[in-house]
Unconditional design. Structure first.
Length: 310
């Protein structure tokens, strides 16, 4: 992608900043981020001449005036904490659903070419039809998951009603450098790494035999850009299409750090699903693929980043 005007909501966040870093040399990038969870230091060059940074909440802005002459919108800004969504579902709806409808309306009013929306595998809920296909009926078990499902429906309705092109990306478990160990979003890998580096026992909830489908953050950023450039209007799972147990994952990290620390097992959390695995056939529709042979190398890169941080 070159010579485009792009907007990234949540562009100072874990995933959004990777998209910004990949685009900013060849495109005009505007980021809207209220810094509630974002960090300007996630950008490789916060003073880049192609960057316009708006440090505001989406719901506080006149998006109709901001979205003039934009080609693509990458919408990542959201309240992503399941516990916080359970504690305050009204705030979750405001931050996730209301802001998305406002953004969609601004896109239509300004003839934006396409919106790429960051959704979540959480909308599948406790679904045992593995590997999960995008055609599965959503079974959200939290207000957060329900808000993502609602946004997906709104986006599709804006395509049907106004012709706004879109691609919805349902992320599975994203990991990589810069991930906040205190983040509520798929933080098991940074938690394991940091615990071992601090000579503490990592915590595993349940027996550790639950499985997840992890994907590297740089791959997720690439998927966003390919989705914007594609002609595909629809939903795409973003994952490796391979499952790994939490115990297996811990052993990879432990061995890489040459540690003998044994994890501490606690009772399973009520909100946790047992198994998660994506069907990734639809990724070909945006010409995106993942090299699964790089997984352990990507874990190593993540570990090295946390080593340097500490």
């Amino acid at each position: 992608m070159k010579n485009k005007n792009v907007l990234i909501t949540g562009g100072l966040g874990f995933i959004g900043s990777y998209i910004a870093n990949q685009l900013i040399d060849d495109n005009n990038v505007t980021i809207i981020d209220d810094l509630s969870t974002g960090n300007i230091n996630y950008l490789n060059n916060p003073n880049h001449e192609n960057l316009n940074l708006i440090k505001k909440n989406l719901n506080s802005l006149d998006l109709n005036s901001i979205l003039i002459d934009f080609d693509y919108v990458f919408h990542l800004a959201a309240l992503v904490s399941v516990p916080l969504s359970v504690k305050n579902p009204i705030t979750c709806n405001l931050e996730n659903v209301t802001s998305t409808v406002n953004l969609l309306n601004g896109c239509v009013n300004n003839n934006v070419k396409k919106i790429v929306f960051s959704s979540s595998s959480a909308i599948y809920g406790e679904n045992n039809n593995l590997p999960l296909k995008e055609t599965e009926v959503p079974m959200p078990s939290s207000p957060y998951a329900a808000s993502k499902a609602s946004c997906e429906l709104y986006i599709k309705s804006f395509f049907e009603s106004y012709g706004l092109d879109y691609t919805i990306l349902r992320y599975f478990n994203v990991f990589g450098p810069k991930q906040d160990k205190n983040s509520p979003y798929a933080a098991v890998i940074p938690n394991f790494i940091n615990a071992i580096l601090e000579n503490k026992q990592p915590i595993i909830y349940g027996d550790g035999e639950q499985t997840r489908d992890f994907i590297f953050v740089e791959d997720v950023a690439k998927a966003n850009i390919l989705a914007a450039e594609s002609q595909y209007n629809g939903i795409v799972n973003i994952a490796r299409g391979e499952k790994i147990s939490i115990n297996q994952l811990y052993n990879i990290i432990k061995n890489e750090l040459d540690s003998e620390i044994v994890p501490k097992y606690l009772p399973p959390r009520m909100s946790d699903i047992k198994h998660s695995l994506a069907n990734i056939d639809n990724m070909s529709k945006i010409k995106f693929n993942v090299n699964n042979h790089l997984f352990e190398h990507q874990i190593k890169c993540t570990i090295n980043w946390f080593k340097n941080e500490l």
